[in-house]
Design a protein around this ligand. Structure first.
Ligand code: OOB
Length: 532
C-alpha cells in the first residue's frame, strides 16, 4: 500500500522515480558490482562491499531470530561507526523499520521516539562522548530488547547464519526520520524504500559521485543530510567509499581528507567557516577535495565566497528537509547562483509553491507575485504526505491537496533556484541543529519558579542563531539563569536545546495589537532581541 494517493503513486512509478527496489536488494546489487572495493571506513575498520553485505545478511537473520521482523520499529542511536551501516541494512533486510535518533538525544527525546514509534527494541552503543548510552537505553527500554554494539548480545546477532528472508514492500515505510519540529516534541517522518532511493540516486548524480569518489561523513550520519544528500547512501549507490568521522572538527576532518583522499563532504555553515579558518593556519593537504556541500542552515554569500578559495574545492549549496524536498545548486551553475541561492529541487516533479507568508494556513492557490518573498509549500515524489501517527498535526502541516508547509520563507528565481530568506515557523536553527521553541518552553515551564516562557532566536555570528529563553517567574520566586539552564539539561534533552541565554523579565511585552498569544509574543521578543 502506498503512502501517497494511488493516482499519484501510479504516476511516480510510470515516470521511473519509484522502481520497486528495496535497500536490501540495492546492497545485493552493489555487492555484485563492487565486491572488493571499499564501502565503509571507520577509525579501525575498513569494510568492502562484500563484507558489508555479509554483515547485513547476518544481522538481518539475527534480528529475525530475536523476533524483530516485518514492520517492527527499532530505535537506532549510533554515532559515526561502521556498525551504523551494517545495522541499518540488516534491519532493512529483516523488513524492520529503523527510527533514527541522533547521538545528541537524551532521555526525554529517546523515550518519546520509543513510545511514539512503539519500538520493539533499541540499538545503541556503550559510552560515547562521555555519555552512557547503554544505561540510558536500558532505563527507557524496560521490557524492550536493548542491543549494545560491543556487548555479547550484539556479537551474537552479528554472528547469526545468513538466511533467505522475504523482501519488504518497496512502497512501505523503510524508516522513520525525525523532524526538526516547531511544536512540542519531534514528529516522526515515514520514508519509503522507493521514495528515498529516488532521492539518493538523483543526489549521487547531481553531486557527481562516481565509484572513485570518497565521501567524508563529518556530521552525525543518522541525519538526512549526511545520510542521503548525497551522503553515505549516495556514496554506496555510486560504489564509492564513505569515511566516517567521529567528530566534525577541522583537525579530524583534514586528517581524514588527507589520509583517505576524500573527494566530497557535506557540512553546516558554522563548520564550513571553521574549516575555512583552519585551512588558513594549518598546512594540511586538501588537494583531493573536489566538492563541499553546505546546508542545513543558510550559508550567507560572504562565507560562500570564501569556501572555494580557502579549501580549493567547489561549493555546492544544499537546502533540504527530512520531510523530503532537497534542492542543490548544480555543479555547472553560474557562479552567482551557487553563491547566492540554495539551489533548485532534485526532481522535475517536485512541485513548489511560494504563497502568502502572512497566513500560516495559506493554500497552494495563495501565490505571491513571481520573485516575491513567500512561504514555501512543496509536494513531490519523495516528500511525505503526513507525519507518522499525527493525524491532528497533519491537518495544518499539510494543505488539503497534499503540499507540505515547510515553514521556510523563500524567493524563487526565474531559473527555479530558491533563496531561503527566513522562517515562519517557531523554530531556532542553531547552526543546522533545529530547536522547536515550544519544546524548550515546555521544559522551562515544568520548573516551579516559572510562570511563563517564550523561546526565540537571537542572531549569532558563529552559529547563525542561538536560543534565548525569556522567562516570567512565579510571584516571589527569582530563579537564576544558570539554575534554569541546569534544570532544562536535567530534564534529559540534547545539549543543543539548552537555552544559550536566559532572561528573567517581569512581564512579557504586549504586541501593538494587544495580542498575548505565544506566537505574537515570540515575534515581539525576537524583534527586541534583534534590535539589541
Ligand atoms: C536539513 O534537514 P532538517 O530536517 O534538519 O531541517 C530542515 C530545515 C528546512 O526546512 C530549513 O528551515 C532549514 O532546515 N534548512 C536551511 C537550509 N537547509 C536546511 N535553511 C537555509 N538554508 C539552507 N541551505 O537540514 C537538511 C536535509 C537534507 C539536506 C540538507 C539539509
Amino acid at each position: 500500500m502506498s503512502l501517497w494517493p494511488e493516482e499519484t503513486a501510479a504516476r511516480y512509478r510510470a515516470s521511473g522515480y519509484w522502481r520497486g527496489q528495496t535497500f536490501g536488494a540495492l546492497l545485493t546489487l552493489l555487492k555484485e558490482a563492487y565486491a572488493d572495493r571499499t564501502a565503509v571506513v571507520g577509525e579501525e575498520q575498513r569494510w568492502t562491499f562484500a563484507e558489508l553485505d555479509e554483515r547485513a545478511h547476518r544481522l538481518a537473520a539475527g534480528f529475525v531470530a530475536n523476533g524483530i521482523g516485518q514492520g517492527d520499529r527499532v530505535v537506532v542511536q549510533l554515532p559515526n561507526i561502521p556498525e551504523f551501516v551494517s545495522v541499518v541494512f540488516g534491519l532493512w533486510r529483516a523488513g524492520a523499520v529503523p527510527v533514527f535518533a541522533l547521538p545528541a538525544h537524551r532521555d526525554s527525546e529517546l523515550r518519546h521516539f520509543v513510545e511514539q514509534s512503539e519500538a520493539k527494541a533499541i540499538l545503541t552503543v556503550g559510552e560515547h562522548a562521555g555519555h552512557d548510552h547503554a544505561k540510558m537505553a536500558r532505563e527507557i527500554g524496560q521490557h524492550r530488547k536493548v542491543f549494545v554494539v560491543g556487548e555479547p548480545e550484539f556479537a551474537e546477532l552479528a554472528a547469526a547464519a545468513p538466511r533467505e528472508l522475504p523482501e519488504p514492500d518497496p512502497e512501505s515505510m523503510a524508516f522513520l526520520q525525525l523532524s526538526g519540529g516547531s511544536t512540542g516534541l519531534p514528529k516522526l517522518i515515514p520514508r519509503t524504500h522507493d521514495d528515498y532511493l529516488y532521492s539518493v540516486r538523483e543526489s549521487a548524480r547531481i553531486c557527481g559521485l562516481k565509484k572513485d569518489s570518497v565521501y567524508l561523513a563529518a556530521l552525525p550520519v543518522a541525519h538526512n543530510f549526511p545520510l542521503s544528500s548525497p551522503g553515505l547512501l549516495g556514496a554506496l549507490h555510486a560504489g564509492a567509499a564513505t569515511v566516517l568521522a567521529q567528530r566534525p572538527d577541522a583537525d579530524t576532518a583534514f586528517r581524514l581528507i588527507e589520509a583517505e583522499g576524500v573527494t566530497i563532504s557535506g557540512v553546516v555553515p558554522p563548520l564550513a567557516a571553521a574549516w575555512v579558518q583552519a585551512a588558513a593556519r594549518t598546512g594540511g593537504d586538501l588537494s583531493s577535495l573536489d566538492v563541499l556541500l553546505v546546508g542545513g542552515a543558510k550559508c550567507g554569500r560572504e562565507l560562500a565566497e570564501r569556501i572555494g578559495p580557502a579549501l580549493g574545492c567547489r561549493l555546492q549549496q544544499v537546502f533540504g528537509m527530512a520531510e523530503g524536498l532537497v534542492c542543490y545548486t548544480r555543479l555547472d551553475d553560474p557562479e552567482d547562483l551557487v553563491l547566492s541561492t540554495q539551489g533548485r529541487p532534485i526532481s522535475p516533479d517536485d512541485e513548489v509553491r511560494v504563497v502568502n507568508p502572512d497566513d500560516p494556513l495559506a493554500t497552494s492557490d495563495d501565490l505571491v507575485e513571481p520573485g516575491e518573498i513567500g512561504a514555501l509549500l512543496t509536494r513531490g515524489p519523495y516528500t511525505i504526505r503526513g507525519y507518522y501517527n499525527a493525524a491532528e498535526h497533519n491537518k495544518t502541516a499539510f494543505t488539503e491537496d497534499g503540499f507540505y508547509r515547510t515553514g521556510d520563507l523563500v524567493r524563487r528565481r526565474a531559473s527555479g533556484h530558491l533563496e531561503v530568506v527566513g522562517r515562519a515557523k517557531e523554530q531556532i536553527n542553531r547552526g543546522g541543529e533545529k530547536v522547536a521553541a515550544e519544546e524548550v518552553e515546555n521544559h522551562l515551564m515544568a520548573h516551579p519558579g516559572v510562570l511563563d516562557a517564550a523561546v526565540v532566536a537571537v542572531p549569532d555570528e558563529y552559529l547563525g542563531e542561538r536560543t534565548c529563553a525569556y522567562v516570567v517567574p512565579v510571584d516571589g520566586k527569582q530563579p537564576s539563569a544558570s539554575e534554569l539552564r541546569r534544570f532544562v539539561r536535567g530534564r534529559g534533552v540534547a545539549a543543543f536545546k539548552v537555552p544559550d541565554l536566559v532572561e528573567v523579565v517581569g512581564e512579557f511585552p504586549v504586541t501593538g495589537v494587544g495580542k498575548t498569544s505565544k506566537r505574537e509574543l515570540r515575534a515581539a521578543l525576537a524583534a527586541l532581541a534583534k534590535e539589541r
